[in-house]
Design a protein around this ligand. Structure first.
Ligand code: DX5
Ligand code: ZN
Length: 221
């Protein structure tokens, strides 16, 4: 695996100083900003919307990766594209027409991703793999930061890695939930290339030392 990307989730950032937080985490080596959108309907929590995406956009050059945990999903896509999102991903359970939602994301000029909860089967991929730029495997049930990594996700990551390689397409394989310095190498060995980490980074005083430690572990994979 050549390129590994670290995607801090701003869910664990200090929202009172969000502009500074995203600048600091990018200066510390973040490759992507992971932006968790929750609606108190699809998941039992309520977070941030397009206005906040628009507000942080001028503060960072790296891609903003919007993880939509909302239902219905289509209504939000043009708003996030206008707000400066680069990647938009959603859960298949949250869309009545998955193929149409993927098309909508591409029509808005963004990369499109599909997200799989711990108990969501991968069979959707048989039908839409050729339309995906990113596959996001959840290693926690969505809704909250700071949960423990569900180890069964490793098998799923390995299965998806095989599917991506067999397809010959360039699809990012991202993993989200419970990723820390201590387990990032296992997640990479299973086949992931993009690592979301919220509490492991924003929960610590020195973002650079955590991101550097993650890169050291990845370099040894
Ligand atoms: C969970 C979110 C995650 C979360 C990760 O629903 O999608 O992005 O913020 O947080 P940690 O890294 O603390 O598990
Ligand atoms: Zn997320």
């Amino acid at each position: 695996m050549s390129t590994y990307r670290i995607a801090p989730s701003i869910l664990s950032a200090d929202f009172a100083r969000l502009g500074e937080e995203v600048k600091n985490v990018v200066a510390a080596g973040a490759d992507i900003i992971h932006f968790d959108v929750m609606d108190n309907h699809y998941v039992p929590n309520l977070t941030i919307g397009p206005l906040v995406c628009e507000a942080i956009r001028p503060h960072v050059q790296v891609p903003i990766d919007v993880h939509l945990m909302v239902k219905p999903v289509d209504r939000m896509i043009p708003d996030f594209a206008k707000a400066g999102a680069n990647i938009i991903s959603f859960h298949p359970e949250a869309s009545e027409h998955i193929d149409r939602t993927l098309q909508l994301i591409h029509d808005q000029g963004c990369k499109a991703g599909l997200v799989f909860n711990p108990a969501t089967p991968l069979h959707y991929l048989e039908h839409v793999l050729d339309k995906l730029d990113l596959i996001l495997i959840m290693s926690v049930n969505p809704g909250f930061g700071g949960q423990s990594f569900i180890t069964q996700a490793l098998k799923k990551i390995a299965t998806v890695r095989q599917m991506i390689d067999a397809s010959g397409r360039e699809i990012m394989l991202e993993v989200d939930g419970g990723i820390k310095v201590e387990n990032i190498a296992d997640v990479a060995r299973a086949g992931a290339d993009t690592f979301v980490a919220g509490s492991a980074i924003f929960g610590k005083p020195d973002y650079k030392s955590v991101i550097d430690a993650m890169r050291d572990r990845l370099a040894a994979v």
